[in-house]
Structure formats: structure tokens, C-alpha cells
Design a protein around this ligand. Structure first.
Ligand code: ZN
Length: 235
């Protein structure tokens, strides 16, 4: 594949195999070190988010809690966070209550998931989203919520932080990339925040993303990390 050196003062045409995607590379012309990519981004504003849901099926289940924190120029902004419960149509099962700590009582007065999602979309603005397993899980709940309630949508981009873990720790068979595995490999500390509550998970994921980005030497736009399209309600 053909790309140009991303160093603006160089712009050297480079060619290499597709296997270079996501790998660090030094430009032979100028020495600039970068992660090989066929697409360059400039924005440095990200929103790290996490959902808790009534179950695993985006078409049948609904989210009951969302938490998010902003990451800008490679640094977490803990004072810029978003949090809400959401009141699902289905009752929250006792299994989910014991897993997440979220009970039917806690969501009784909360807005519906589609209202929460509209607020979240406005708050997120045009930031790129980041979610752990967002490609297979959280993003599907965002899209299903929009679809079920006929919300006008806009396209947004999302990074699945599992890709960051794969880039950092490798993707050989048996290397797990669950948030707990990432946490222990990075040596991140526990806090008093409850895990499997979206606030606790997003706090941990935020610190994990910040640390993985630092260890990978990513730029502020996370260039070289794959992105996937996701849907948010139109503002
Ligand atoms: Zn160069």
C-alpha cells in the first residue's frame, strides 16, 4: 500500500505491505517515527464511555446506565464527565442487579434510554468515542436505541480500546483483552468505585487508555489506531 510520510515537512511517498498497519515505522527520508496508517486524523478530543444494560442483546435489551469522561490532548479531564441512569421498559433482572449493583428502584425516576442518549450525543459533540469492546457491544446498543425510537442520527467515529490493547500486548492466541486483564497488565490500582457500575468502569478505562496511549507513543489524535463508524442521535 502507498502512503505519504505524515511529517508535513517531508511528505515522502512510502510503500509497504498491509501488515504494517498499526505498526511503528520510521520514515527513511526524514527519520520521523509514526504508526503506519492509511488515514490521518487531526482532532484531539475524545469521549470515553461505558454502558450497563439489562442484558447482552442490543435488539431486546436496553441500557440502564451510561458514564463518560473526556480525554483531550492525551490527558483525561475528570471534571468533564457525563453520567445518567436510564429507565428501561423491561425489569432489571436480579442477575443484572447483582452484577452491576443497579436496581429497579434506582432507575424508577430516570429518563428513558433514548432521552439519555440524546443528552449524551449533545454532550459528546463531535468528539471521537472510545469504548472497551464498543465495536461488538456498546456501539450496538447506541445504534439499536436510535433505530428503535426512530431518532435522527449522525455518523460518529469510535475507537475500540481492545485495539489499543492488541497493539500494545499483541494479538497471539490466548492473549485476553478484557478490561480486567488490561488492568492487571498495566498494573493499574483499584479505587473505591464499583466495577460493573459504568462510573467505575469508565474511570478504570480512562486510566487504561491514557496509559496505553503513553506506552504506544500515540499522538494526540490517536493516529494509527483503527476506528469504526458508530451512530449518535442528531443534535
Ligand atoms: Zn518523512
Amino acid at each position: 500500500m502507498q502512503i505519504s510520510c505524515p511529517n508535513p515537512t517531508c511528505d515522502q511517498p512510502l510503500s509497504g505491505p498491509k501488515a504494517l498497519l498499526g505498526r511503528r515505522f520510521s520514515c527513511p527520508a526524514c527519520g520521523h517515527s509514526f504508526i503506519w496508517s492509511d488515514c490521518w486524523h487531526a482532532g484531539d478530543s475524545f469521549v470515553i464511555y461505558d454502558l450497563e444494560t439489562t442484558g447482552l442483546h442490543p435488539e431486546a435489551d436496553e441500557f440502564i446506565q451510561i458514564a463518560a469522561v473526556r480525554l483531550r490532548a492525551g490527558c483525561l479531564c475528570p471534571e468533564q464527565s457525563f453520567f445518567s441512569f436510564a429507565r428501561p421498559r423491561l425489569r432489571i433482572s436480579s442477575f443484572i442487579t447483582s452484577y452491576t449493583g443497579i436496581s429497579n428502584d434506582q432507575v424508577r425516576d430516570a429518563p428513558r434510554p433514548e432521552e439519555v442518549l440524546c443528552d449524551f450525543g449533545r454532550w459528546a459533540g463531535d468528539s471521537t468515542l472510545i469504548a472497551h469492546n464498543g465495536l461488538r457491544f456498546d456501539g450496538k446498543f447506541l445504534a439499536a436505541t436510535c433505530r428503535r425510537h426512530h431518532l435522527p442520527t449522525r455518523a460518529a467515529q469510535c475507537i475500540d480500546s481492545i485495539h489499543l490493547s492488541k497493539m500494545l500486548f499483541g494479538n497471539t492466541r490466548g492473549t485476553g483483552h478484557s478490561l480486567d486483564q488490561v488492568k492487571s497488565r498495566l498494573g493499574l490500582r483499584d479505587t473505591s468505585l464499583r466495577r460493573h457500575d459504568a462510573r467505575g468502569d469508565v474511570d478504570l478505562l480512562g486510566r487504561a487508555v491514557e496509559e496505553m496511549s503513553r506506552r504506544l507513543g500515540l499522538d494526540a489524535a490517536f493516529n494509527g489506531v483503527p476506528r469504526h463508524p458508530t451512530l449518535l442521535p442528531h443534535a
